[in-house]
Design a binder for this molecule. Structure first.
Ligand SMILES: Nc1ncnc2c1ncn2[C@@H]1O[C@H](COP(=O)(O)OP(=O)(O)OP(=O)(O)O)[C@@H](O)[C@H]1O
Ligand SMILES: O=c1ccn([C@@H]2O[C@H](COP(=O)(O)O)[C@@H](O)[C@H]2O)c(=O)[nH]1
Length: 239
């Protein structure tokens, strides 16, 4: 029996730190290839995929150098880190036979196309993966907010946050072993309970524009595909 995806177009937020695998810094080749395999599985279902990539794997490594720096300057460094990840992801996709385009919110025209909404939508319609680098292009924001923003701009059916934990918990599960996972919760609950899995700006943007969000583990094999098929996986955050 053929599997019908629940969503036709998704915006996938990939944690930069997830690219490190077991390493303490940077990009782990085996890990990025495995993540690309997870994305390929949903492309094979006919789903259109936009990706916003984070920068934690690179930026947190240089954080000591950024300590004491002007905040906006440090944030621009963080955004440049996401462009590096975007290029690495495109390269890994190419090796896997996936056609993708990188669009950057900061103009670095020798390196990547600038972000142009209409062009991004056209690429998605052509079943090319669009990798959005440099977050929103503005300091004082995060790539979570960029994911919510780009998801809305390109008309995605849902924003999927692929991270290191398998959903939203009552507390940070990496710090509190007694934390309990929610199957579903509302944006107001997530904001009101100050749950740190995603920043409040991103939660509020999704809530105000009625954009559902799913949080799941990118380390769990097949989880992305199960979310896209509408199966019980991770946590669904809704209005
Ligand atoms: N209530 C909570 N439920 C789940 N995770 C939580 C919660 N509070 C804090 N976290 C933490 O939030 C992290 C998810 O954020 P993630 O690492 O994806 O960060 P990011 O900043 O979006 O990505 P990047 O690595 O690119 O900077 C999890 O690893 C988890 O430890
Ligand atoms: O719109 C944005 C997105 C990101 N930044 C900066 O980049 C780093 C890395 O992004 P993560 O979301 O943490 O992975 C972030 O810490 C900011 O410093 C930004 O300024 N604006």
């Amino acid at each position: 029996m053929s599997q019908a995806p629940k969503y036709k177009r998704i915006l996938l937020k990939l944690s930069g730190e997830a690219l490190m695998g077991e390493d303490s810094y940077g990009i782990n080749r085996v890990t990025i290839d495995r993540i690309v395999g997870e994305i390929k599985a949903v492309l094979d279902l006919g789903v259109q995929v936009g990706v916003v990539i984070g920068g934690g794997n690179i930026f947190r490594g240089v954080a000591p150098a950024a300590a004491g720096m002007d905040r906006a300057t440090a944030d621009y460094m963080g955004m440049l880190a996401t462009v590096m990840n975007a290029l690495a992801l495109q390269d890994a996709m190419k090796r896997a036979g996936i056609v993708s385009r990188v669009q950057s919110a900061l103009t670095i025209q020798q390196v990547a196309e600038p972000y142009v909404r209409g062009k991004a939508i056209r690429y998605l319609e052509e079943n090319k993966v669009v990798i959005f680098g440099a977050g929103t292009g503005n300091p004082f924001f995060t790539t979570d907010t960029a994911a919510a923003l780009r998801g809305m701009e390109v008309g995605a059916d849902i924003v999927l946050k692929a991270t290191k934990v398998d959903g939203v918990y009552t507390d940070d599960p990496k710090k509190n072993p007694d934390a309990v996972r929610y199957q579903t919760l509302t944006f107001d609950e997530a904001i009101g309970r100050n749950l740190k899995v995603m920043d409040a700006t991103a939660f509020a943007l999704c809530r105000d524009q009625n954009m559902n969000l799913s949080v799941f583990s990118i380390f769990k094999a097949g989880a992305l595909k199960r979310v896209v098929l509408g199966e019980d996986e991770g946590t669904l955050v809704h209005c």
